[in-house]
Write a protein that binds this ligand. Structure first.
Ligand code: UD1
Ligand code: MG
Length: 451
């Protein structure tokens, strides 16, 4: 049976008190929306339709950037969750199968939970709802069960609760339904009396009125944790990080001080990776098996290969590729550069837009001057080359294999392989002059003091 996912993301998120749409606020280094989209992708749907409305152009672009195969549906006015789902009618006109409704601001629903709901759907329920038990039902809708234990309706918080509804099981909002039935039921939904909104939740009662079977699947409350405010966002970040740290350790990484390591949704770590304290992973980072990340490092958009060592206090920026057994030490920044196997850049360097050959040794304080104020240029340091400390390599420049650059050089021209290049003022030595100068200065000071 094919699956389609509808992802609602049209709401404004008023309580965020923000100029930016709620679903674009970052969680785990990526837009909030990306979490529900990752859940959606995990159940391998035939299509994903994202419903946008508030700041639609920005949310559309973000959804496309996360997954360029998504379909977009526009809800020009936010007239309720049922109305939002109705806007996907065109995108799903030729779709025959099961539809899963997810929410852009609800990041932690697990694919396993959706699979349970899909199984209940295949067992004959036309509409399956995801519920959860909570000590604090607050503004959530409540699931109303009949005497036989079957789901009869969803009662919104502002609606009068029928007898027997104590609010034990709340509605997460997630729904699985047969596509055709879903749109037939939505066509029957009447606007709610006070706000005039069309509620998706009304389809449960309507399904029952038609004699269709409905079902509720329950999940832990944590999965339904949503983001409505900045406080919720901070709590969701804590939830995300806690889970990411546990997953990293379960997959065979050592975290010396887990609470101080920050992951992104897509951070990928191999086995036997060791991560020191206070390490931050931005999006698009992969670290292969056996690599060691010492404390206080900052990563984004980079790849660290097997056996490489990075840090402490290193910053790997987008496009940094650190090959097998390469070493990047303290206060080194690398951007858009390939550091080949076994190369060493151990102290205080900036390497930007450069390729560093295998086993090259880049001395302390070496700077690749990749930017001339207008253009960026690419450079190369050859295999086994030795760059003396405090050298400036003015890009574009090529240092050949096995070449040697003297410490303190400013290199503006290519250096052939195996050559020695010196690009600095020649040293001058005046015997005895150092001491004579000092004595003259001390005498001057004594004369001034005696005045
Ligand atoms: C909804 C459910 C409620 C459930 C709760 C769980 C309904 C009527 N109620 O209530 O039973 O307990 O979620 O969080 O469905 N949205 C749109 N377009 C709209 C309206 C909403 O895209 O016109 C999106 C919002 O961006 C949001 C989500 O749908 O992500 C939920 O909408 P919201 O208005 O917050 O519904 P609740 O009142 O929380
Ligand atoms: Mg809500």
């Amino acid at each position: 049976m094919s699956i389609a996912v509808i992802l609602l993301a049209a709401g404004q998120g008023t309580r965020m008190n923000s100029d930016h749409p709620k679903v674009l606020h970052p969680l785990g280094g990526v837009p909030l929306l990306a979490h529900a989209m990752a859940t959606a992708r995990a159940i391998e749907p035939e299509r994903i339709v994202v419903v946008t409305g508030h700041e639609a152009a920005r949310v559309d672009a973000a959804a496309r950037a996360i997954d360029d195969t998504v379909l977009l549906a526009r809800q020009p006015e936010q007239r309720g969750t049922g109305h939002a789902v109705l806007q996907t009618r065109e995108a799903l006109a030729d779709f025959d199968g099961d539809v899963v409704v997810l929410y852009g601001d609800t990041p932690f629903i697990r694919p396993e939970t959706l699979r349970k709901m899909l199984a209940a759907r295949r067992d004959g329920a036309s509409v399956v709802v995801l519920g959860f038990e909570t000590a604090d039902p607050g503004r959530y809708g409540r699931l109303a069960f009949g005497p036989d234990g079957t789901l009869e309706a969803i009662i919104e918080a502002e609606e009068p609760a029928p007898r027997g509804i104590g609010g034990a099981v709340c509605n997460s909002g997630v729904v699985v339904a047969d596509c055709r039935t879903l749109f037939e039921l939505l066509a029957e939904v009447e606007p709610e009396r006070t706000k005039g909104e069309y509620y998706l939740t009304a389809i449960v009662g309507l399904a029952r009125a038609r004699g269709l079977a409905t079902a509720a699947i329950l999940c832990p409350e944590e999965e339904t944790q949503g983001v409505n405010s900045r406080k919720d966002l901070a709590e969701a970040e804590a939830t995300f990080q806690r889970a990411a740290r546990l997953a990293a350790m379960a997959n065979g990484a050592t975290l010396v001080d887990p609470a101080t390591v920050w992951f992104a949704l897509d951070t990928a770590l191999g086995r036997d990776v060791t991560i020191g304290p206070n390490v931050w992973f931005g999006p698009e980072v992969t670290v292969e098996s056996g690599a060691t990340i010492h404390g206080f490092c900052f990563f984004e958009g980079c790849h660290i290969s097997q056996g490489a060592q990075v840090g402490p206090f290193a910053r790997m920026r987008p496009g940094a590729e650190i090959a097998e057994n390469a070493k990047v030490g303290n206060f080194v920044e690398i951007k858009n550069s390939i550091i080949e196997a076994g190369a060493k850049i151990n102290h205080f360097s900036y390497i930007g837009d450069a390729d560093v050959g295998t086993k090259a040794n880049v001395g302390a304080g070496t700077i690749v001057c990749n930017y001339d104020g207008v253009f960026k240029h690419r450079s190369r340091i050859g295999a086994r080359a030795f760059i003396g400390s405090n050298s400036a390599l003015v890009a574009p420049v090529e240092i050949g294999d096995d070449a040697l650059v003297a410490a303190g050089s400013v290199i503006t021209e290519d250096v052939p392989g195996a050559a020695l290049a010196l690009g600095r003022g020649r040293q001058v030595v005046k015997p005895g002059l150092g001491l004579r100068l000092m004595e003259r200065l001390r005498a001057l000071k004594a004369a001034k003091a005696g005045e």
